[in-house]
Design a protein around this ligand. Structure first.
Ligand SMILES: *[C@@H]1O[C@H](CO)[C@@H](O)[C@H](O)[C@H]1NC(C)=O
Ligand SMILES: *[C@@H]1O[C@H](CO)[C@@H](O)[C@H](O)[C@H]1NC(C)=O
Ligand SMILES: *[C@@H]1O[C@H](CO)[C@@H](O)[C@H](O)[C@H]1NC(C)=O
Ligand SMILES: *[C@@H]1O[C@H](CO)[C@@H](O)[C@H](O)[C@H]1NC(C)=O
Ligand SMILES: *[C@@H]1O[C@H](CO)[C@@H](O)[C@H](O)[C@H]1NC(C)=O
Length: 328
C-alpha cells in the first residue's frame, strides 16, 4: 500500500523537528558539561594546601586523577605544578603544625603548589601513631626509605624517590614541572615564587639563591640549601645517573651543585637573590632588609623572627571580621 503524500510530508517534518530537538538538547548538555568542567577546574586549581582539604568533597575531587586530566585545558595547561618539599624530622610535630599554618593560609594563583614534609624512616612507637594521624588528617607527608641524616644522602633519596612515587598520575606528565627542596626555617611567599617561575623554562632549570652570598653568578657554584628548585627532567636524571649515586656525602646543597656541575646539567639557571635572603639580623653578607619583593626569608631561627617577618608582610590583613572574635 502506498503511503499518502500528506502523511509522508508530516513524517519528514516531524523527523526534522526531532533532529533539531536532539541537536538543541545536545548543545545545552555540552554547554552545561563545559561549565561543569570549568567549575571543576577552578575548584581543583585551589586545592593544594592542607587548608583546602578540610572538606571531604575536595579530598574526593583531589584524589580523582581522571577529573584532573579531563579538566586540563588551555589555561590549566599553563598552570604550573610545583612539589614543595620541606625536609623535616619525624619528631618535629610543632614545626610542621606551624608551617601548615604558614603555607595553608597562602593560595597562590596560576599554580598548584603541593606542600609535602619529607622525612626518613620512623624510629619510635609514638611516631607510628602521631605521624600516621597527621597523614590521615593532612596527607602531606613523604616517608623515604632512609635513616635520618642531613648530609649523608637524604636529599639524594628525596629526589631519586620521586619519579617512582609519582609514576601513577594517569597521563599527566610531568607530575610536577618543578620540585623544591626547602628548609624548615625558611618562609616562602608562594605567590611571588609562582610569579617568578612563570617566565622560566620548564626544562633543565636550577633555581635558587647563589652561593657564595656575594656572588650573583648562577653558573659559578651552587644554590643555597635554604630552598632550591629544579625541573622534573633533572629529578629524573638524578634517579638514573651514576653521578649523584656515587657522591652522596657532604653538605647537601654543595653536593647537589657538584652533581649538576659534573653532570653538565641545568643550562637554565635562575638566581633569585635578593628576593631570597637571610633574615636581616645579625647582618652578614647573606642578609637583606625585609622588602616587598621577597620570595623567601631564611634563618628564621626563633619565634620573634618569624613574627617580625609575618607582620612585615601583613599576612593577617585579610582576616574576616566576625562577632566571634576581636583582635586589637
Ligand atoms: C567522606 O568521603 C568518604 C569517601 O571518600 C565517604 O565514604 C564518607 O561517607 C564521606 N564522609 C562525609 C561526612 O561526607
Ligand atoms: C578548551 O580550550 C579550547 C581552546 O582554547 C577552547 O576552545 C575550549 O572552549 C576549552 N574547553 C573547556 C572545557 O574549557
Ligand atoms: C626503612 O623502613 C622500611 C620498611 O620498614 C625497611 O624495609 C627499610 O629497610 C628501612 N630502611 C632503612 C634505611 O632503615
Ligand atoms: C613507571 O611505570 C612504567 C609503567 O608501569 C614503568 O615502565 C617505568 O619503569 C616506571 N618508572 C619508574 C621511574 O618507576
Ligand atoms: C603592609 O601594610 C602597610 C599598611 O597598610 C603598608 O604600608 C605596607 O606597604 C604593607 N607591606 C607590604 C610588604 O605589603
Amino acid at each position: 500500500m502506498k503511503t499518502p503524500r500528506p502523511d509522508g510530508l508530516r513524517f519528514i517534518a516531524s523527523s526534522l523537528f526531532f533532529i533539531c530537538f536532539l541537536y538543541v538538547l545536545a548543545s545545552i548538555t555540552e554547554l552545561r558539561f563545559d561549565s561543569l568542567l570549568k567549575f571543576g577546574r577552578r575548584a581543583l586549581a585551589n586545592i593544594n594546601m592542607p587548608s583546602a582539604q578540610l572538606y571531604n568533597s575536595s579530598n574526593t575531587l583531589h584524589s580523582s586523577p581522571n577529573i584532573t586530566s579531563l579538566a586540563l585545558n588551555s589555561s590549566s595547561n599553563d598552570e604550573i605544578r610545583v612539589l614543595f618539599g620541606i625536609l623535616t624530622l619525624p619528631g618535629q610535630y610543632q614545626r610542621r603544625h606551624f608551617l601548615r599554618l604558614i603555607y595553608g593560609t597562602q593560595t597562590p594563583v596560576g599554580a598548584k603548589v603541593d606542600l609535602k614534609f619529607v622525612m626518613c624512616n620512623l624510629t619510635k612507637e609514638d611516631q607510628e601513631v602521631l605521624v600516621a594521624l597527621e597523614i590521615m588528617r593532612y596527607d602531606d607527608i613523604i616517608i623515604l626509605d632512609c635513616e635520618e641524616n642531613m648530609n649523608k644522602g637524604k636529599t639524594y633519596t628525596y629526589f631519586s624517590s620521586l619519579p617512582e612515587m609519582f609514576n601513577n598520575t594517569n597521563g599527566v606528565y610531568p607530575p610536577y614541572h618543578y620540585v623544591m627542596k626547602a628548609d624548615d626555617d625558611a618562609y616562602f611567599r608562594l605567590q611571588n615564587l609562582v610569579d617568578s617561575l612563570k617566565p622560566l623554562p620548564r626544562e633543565d632549570l636550577y633555581y635558587g639563591y647563589v652561593i657564595p652570598c656575594s656572588s650573583m653568578e648562577p653558573f659559578g657554584h651552587y644554590m643555597s640549601g635554604m630552598g632550591y628548585l629544579i625541573s622534573w627532567d633533572i629529578v629524573e636524571w638524578i634517579r638514573k645517573s651514576d653521578i649523584p649515586k656515587n657522591h652522596i656525602e657532604g653538605p647537601e646543597d654543595k653536593t647537589f651543585g657538584d652533581w649538576i656541575k659534573n653532570g653538565h646539567r641545568a643550562k637554565n639557571r635562575f638566581n633569585a637573590k635578593w628576593s631570597m635572603y637571610n633574615f636581616p639580623e645579625p647582618p652578614t653578607k647573606c642578609t637583606h632588609e625585609l622588602w616587598p619583593h621577597t620570595i623567601a626569608v631564611h634563618l628564621l631561627k626563633n619565634q620573634e623572627k618569624w613574627i617580625r617577618t609575618l607582620k612585615y608582610f601583613n599576612v593577617t590583613d585579610n582576616l574576616k571580621p566576625s562577632k566571634l572574635y576581636h583582635i586589637p
